[in-house]
Ligand binder design. Structure first.
Ligand SMILES: COc1ccc2c(ccc[n+]2C(=O)c2ccc(S(N)(=O)=O)cc2)c1
Ligand SMILES: [Zn+2]
Length: 260
């Protein structure tokens, strides 16, 4: 593999909690070795339908900034792909680096991207709440989208313009119309594997759907992410950068691809 796991048992500087789940067998993120992924012809196309008016607010939770959605009904959902059920959109957030050389959580053939978007959905068919679904093996589905340095992303800019208002941890602003579909690449190709949350509680409840193609954002937009803070008002400022978890061992898992 392309990475050492010596860090696995260390305390993570960001979370002051063990980086590993004792007995964890399906931890995330992982390196996706393209040639080891297995094409699965039975994988369906992923169907995504988001209602932009379900957008609620943006907030800084001290790990990332999240855009949260009203998940009290089946208005913003995904279905198909590797999923047995329909999943409801709860929130999306990003992970990024201090510099453009790293920042994504997943890697492809050991290559880091400067940032990674996570669209977090929960199985509202089988479970009554997000909190319940977080604890179940098929509870969550997260779509991962890599961000690469390139042209300015107009859809992302509306988010970037709001970031100064959530610079400190535990600050929130209303954000009432946003269509996250604009952040998805047009190419339908994806990899999928069984994994976990990449921040505490690190529960092994995520079906990961990682889009093969990245979206392009420009330097100013990445720099705007790096102006956020891990710290609250009044605390000594610590810039919110490098909020990604180290790679975890693949163990007995296969990454499937929706494309040849
Ligand atoms: C039961 O207590 C919880 C549950 C979930 C929590 C959380 C704190 C932060 C994020 N979450 C999340 O929901 C969460 C964490 C990580 C991810 S990730 N980066 O997409 O794997 C998605 C969502 C606490
Ligand atoms: Zn994430």
């Amino acid at each position: 593999a392309c990475c050492s796991y010596r860090l696995r048992d260390a305390l993570h500087p960001l979370w002051q909690s063990p980086l590993t789940i004792p007995g964890g067998t399906r931890q995330s993120p992982i390196n996706i070795q393209w040639r080891d992924s297995v094409y699965d012809p039975f994988l369906k196309p992923l169907k995504i339908s988001y209602d932009p008016t379900t957008c609620l607010h943006i907030w800084n939770n001290g790990y990332s900034f999240l855009v949260e959605f009203d998940d009290s009904a089946d208005r913003s959902i995904i279905i198909g792909g590797p999923l047995e059920n329909q999943y409801r959109l709860k929130q999306f957030h990003f992970h990024w680096g201090a510099v453009n050389d790293w920042g994504s959580e997943h890697t492809v053939d050991c290559k880091f991207y400067p940032a990674e978007l996570h669209l977090v959905h929960w199985n509202a068919v089988e479970y009554l709440s997000f909190e319940e679904a977080v604890m179940e093996g098929n509870g969550l589905a997260v779509i991962g989208v890599f961000l690469k340095l390139g042209a300015r992303h107009e859809g992302l800019q509306t988010l970037v313009d709001a970031l100064p208002a959530v610079r400190h941890k535990d600050t929130v602003i209303e954000f009432d119309v946003f269509d996250p579909s604009c952040l998805l690449p047009s190419c339908p190709d994806y990899w999928t594997y069984a994994g976990s949350l990449t921040t505490p509680p690190l529960t092994e409840s995520v079906t990961w759907i990682i889009k093969k193609k990245p979206i392009e954002v420009d330097e100013d937009q990445l720099e705007a992410f790096r102006t956020l803070l891990f710290t609250s008002h009044g605390e000594e400022e610590r810039r919110m950068v490098d909020n990604f978890r180290p790679l975890q061992p693949l163990m007995d898992r296969t990454v499937r691809s929706s494309f040849r």
